[in-house]
Design a protein around this ligand. Structure first.
Ligand code: IPD
Ligand code: CA
Length: 265
């Protein structure tokens, strides 16, 4: 595992260096959907990451946000790559974004690396071994009351139906907590749950590359990650409804979603 982890960290840091150099100098912004942005920095950062991973592990499959699927040959491993999670923030020079890299094998997440180049924070987790922030072990918070919790969420950029449901959930949970942040990077939102800065995060219809690394980092930090009904989700699906928490407030959030059948949307 060490070589896999070291290579993923090397790739995340190399991409992060480029991203930081280009902060404030984004160049042309293209649109993959009405509100779904992509810059040449996303594409260049992804090339750097794939180049580093494929040099060491040429047989592994890849699912990457900008270049899509590359089939593997002879291994069951698959890398889930988001070169910039928080592209909209990056495009506006709002300094909250990261590189997210996860490794999955036969439906199980083995490794997650999330690097925030602005804060120089590197979150990392290995299955069964724990989670770290810049080499220090991290744990989820011990807050057990929802009314004393700080949460975060995100809004899918193209599904109006799921956005509609999320506004309703957002209001309900805001009214019963210290608040809900909407900071624009699901991978960082999940890492904040993992290190105890927040108690929970949820989002509807989010892509695997956004939440692969965050999922294992939260779990290895002692948290819980499920769909919005509290059940496991399948990594075979490209998009999932996700709820990550410190475990202690998990059922309370599931309960609010269940009140109005919102978990189904
Ligand atoms: C987005 C961010 C955002 C979430 C969106 C994602 P991107 O990822 O994670 O927080 O709300 O659903 O698409 O497009 O910046 O990689
Ligand atoms: Ca992205």
């Amino acid at each position: 595992m060490t070589k896999l982890k070291d290579t993923a960290i090397k790739a995340a840091r190399a991409a992060g260096e480029l991203i930081l150099q280009r902060l404030g100098d984004v160049g042309k912004i293209e649109y993959k959907g009405v509100f779904n942005l992509v810059t040449d920095v996303d594409k260049a950062a992804e090339k750097i990451i794939i180049g580093i991973l494929h040099k060491e592990f040429p047989d592994d499959a890849i699912l990457a946000e900008e270049s899509g699927v590359t089939d593997g040959t002879g291994t069951k491993r698959r890398w889930l790559i988001d070169p910039i999670d928080g592209t909209t923030n990056f495009a506006h020079s709002y300094p909250f974004f990261c590189v997210s890299i996860a490794l999955e094998e036969a439906g199980q997440l083995l490794l997650g690396v999330v690097f925030n180049p602005v804060a120089n924070e590197l979150f990392c987790a290995e299955k069964g071994a724990g989670a770290w922030l810049n080499d220090k072990p991290i744990k989820v918070s011990k807050v057990s009351k929802l009314e004393e919790s700080l949460l975060s969420t995100g809004f899918h950029s193209s599904s109006r139906a799921s956005e509609h449901s999320n506004r309703e959930t957002f209001m309900r949970i805001t009214d019963r907590t210290h608040g809900v942040r909407r900071d624009g990077s699901a991978a960082l939102d999940m890492c904040f749950v993992a290190c105890g800065r927040t108690e929970g995060f949820w989002e509807r219809q989010i892509a695997l590359w956004d939440i692969g690394a965050g999922t294992i980092i939260v779990k290895e930090a002692g948290g819980h990650v499920t769909d919005l009904s509290g059940h496991d989700f399948d990594l075979k699906n490209l998009r999932v409804n996700i709820l990550a928490s410190n475990k202690l407030v998990h059922q309370q959030i599931v309960g609010i979603l269940a009140e109005t059948q919102l978990a189904k949307n």
